[in-house]
Design a protein around this ligand. Sequence first.
Ligand SMILES: Cc1ncc(COP(=O)(O)O)c(C=O)c1O
Length: 472
Amino acid sequence: MTTTTHRPTHTSPALDTQSLWQKDKDHFIHPFTDFSTFHEEGCDLITDSEGIYVQDSRGNRFIDGIAGLWCVNVGHGRAEIGQAMADQATRMAYFSTFNNLSNAPASELAAKLAELAPAHLNHVFYSCGGSTANDATIRLVHYYFNRLGKPDKKRILSRNNAYHGTTYLAASLTGIESNNWDFDTLDHLVTHLSEANCYRRPEGMSEVEYCDHLVKEFEDAIAEIGADNIAAFIAEPIMGAGGVLVAPEGYLKRMQAVCRANDILLIADEVVTAFGRLGHFFASEAVFDTQPDIINCAKGLSSGYAPLGATLISDELYEVLGTPQRKGGVLSTGFTYSGHPVSCAAALKNIEILERESICENVREVGPYLEERLKTLSHHATVGDVRGSHFMMCLENVADKATKDLLPVEARVGDRVAAEAQRRGLIIRPVGHLNIVSPPLIWTRDTVDQVIAILDEALAATTASLKEDGYL
Ligand SMILES: Cc1ncc(COP(=O)(O)O)c(C=O)c1O
């Protein structure tokens, strides 16, 4: 099946792929790697990319259905981002931002983020990615309450199946159980509430009742722990890696109201949802009508062209954080690479492209079409749910649609669908029994049509192979 109409035009200089494969296998500990296959199979080298396509070392090209890892929002191979980074690297690649030192891209970007974010979020603390943004945030939040004379306000409420990263603290905020198998977590700091999972809500409960139920669970947790011991509630506006879970209508706004009533800060982890994925630079206010005290972003901030994270902080918090705690004291937190000039230059150019090409508008136009077309795949035997919003979508595979029972883990249904799709020229992401579609934001309706044709075949092939192996 021909899936694409053009190849990436710029190819890499010849690579010694056999030698690279060996070096990688011998020395690179990959994040989130399945060692049951890695020691034998090693890696797949992705060598080239352009627009919505990536290409591997064997010359196979694929439509990128995951934007790298929910991050290459403006698409691959943007020479002008590369040029902006090169210009900055040759002019002044790095210098400290500690104390009162700064650099032009970091200053410029902070002001730009303040302009794009909800009106009260005017202050930016830079980190290196999503995990460090979340980690730094919790440290700042604890410091904030210490400064207010409320040192007991330490507990963070997160949710089951949330994903907030893998630094020690971010991993503790994360609520995906398998992510922490045999790792330790900082349980004294974090309490997990239920996730908002409309597909698997209790039998017989309407969405409205389900929302009431979740809000009540939050209120009950506060009553039990004590508002005086709780610093913040952290939530992804739409839960990403935990299964692209869209909460019931009004949920986030009601959770915010409970936060406000109890002097609990609301932290929106917009590492995935910001920079256009839901059709707006930030989703919290534009989509969910909430005004978090803090928004964290990364990924689409630089479209993955350089590592960067940012914590956007309200005027109210900054008033406290921005005052020395004692004579001679400084705000002693931050990273060597906070406000890295090359990363900030990449982010500035990325934002310029998002604005110039009206990419959020594209998402608002093509996103509903993607949703609608993906839903047409529901007739396949394994597709129990198709959910998400705009360019953040997910298929949930099940053994039985009526009972919603899952296939056994060893059936590896998510992997099967992803492999069948990849064979046909599309990369989507398997997460257990789920398949995530989170493309670059430049997909067109034509791309969506191609993708649906591939997925249709891939799901049919998966059903056939599951039947052959006795799982269906
Ligand atoms: C919502 C969310 N928060 C935080 C992170 C962690 O970001 P990073 O991998 O850049 O540390 C991720 C990564 O996928 C994420 O999806």
